[in-house]
Design a protein around this ligand. Structure first.
Ligand code: 5RP
Length: 225
């Protein structure tokens, strides 16, 4: 199976996590992430649009796709909680800790993940790692602090590179850090997050996945953390 076929497979599997939710009066509000795997999920979600009041989305791209399917996009401020957040990952370890932000949407992804009662990660098996850090770690940074933050990231042992030509939905830049070995994801997330100029680091340890639907040659494996 191709990587796209695996992504489609897990996107379809994620639909059962939506249909098992009770539909409150007025309809369900879901959290919806960003990326090529989530795009397949949004396409699948279209058939359930009548159950939905709408979605809180983690990017302008996903919002556009949701609206294209007739699914309303709600502001994060309009909801107190969402029962479920579906999103992809760039890497996921055996504890449900992830690296995210390959699509530059990490900050809004973490905001929506934090609104959610349950985070279901959808990914193909290439994303499963023993230790985070093979994928360059994305960090969203306020532009005037990029050099300062890059020097601090180099002191941590990584090789930071400014992602060329990318401005996030929030008007910031992305620094990708190569060569980091992330032995303690929660500690590194807390450390980098507190630096002035850092908006968000793409380690999702505090907001880890509760479940991962992992697509492989043998079908969809459900990992529960
Ligand atoms: C975007 C993300 C995505 O979830 C991550 O990059 C995975 O994307 P894809 O489903 O295209 O492999 O974090 O910021």
């Amino acid at each position: 199976m191709t990587q796209d076929e695996l992504k489609k497979l897990v996107a379809k599997a994620a639909i059962s996590h939506v249909t098992e939710l009770p539909v409150p009066p007025g309809g369900l509000v879901l959290g919806v992430g960003t990326g090529s795997t989530v795009n397949f999920f949004i396409d699948e979600l279209a058939v359930l649009r009548d159950r939905l009041a709408g979605a809180v989305s983690s990017s302008e791209r996903s919002s556009e796709r949701l609206r294209g399917h007739g699914i309303a996009v709600l502001d994060g401020n309009a909801v107190e909680r969402v029962p479920l957040y579906i999103d992809g990952a760039d890497e996921i370890d055996g504890n449900g800790h992830m690296i995210k932000g390959g699509g530059a949407a990490l900050t809004r992804e973490k905001i929506v993940a934090d609104l959610a009662d349950r985070f279901v990660c959808i990914a193909d098996e290439s994303k499963r790692v023993e230790q985070l850090g093979r994928f360059p770690l994305p960090v969203e940074v306020i532009p005037m602090a990029s050099s300062q933050v890059m020097r601090a990231l180099a002191r941590l042992g990584g090789r930071p590179e400014l992602r060329a030509g990318v401005v996030t939905d929030n008007g910031n830049v992305i620094v990708d850090v190569h060569g980091l070995r992330i032995a303690d994801p929660a500690a590194m997330e807390a450390e980098i997050n507190q630096w002035p100029g850092v908006v968000c680091v793409g380690i999702f340890a505090r907001n880890k996945a509760d479940v991962c639907l992992l697509g492989g040659a043998g079908g969809v494996q459900t990992l529960v953390f």
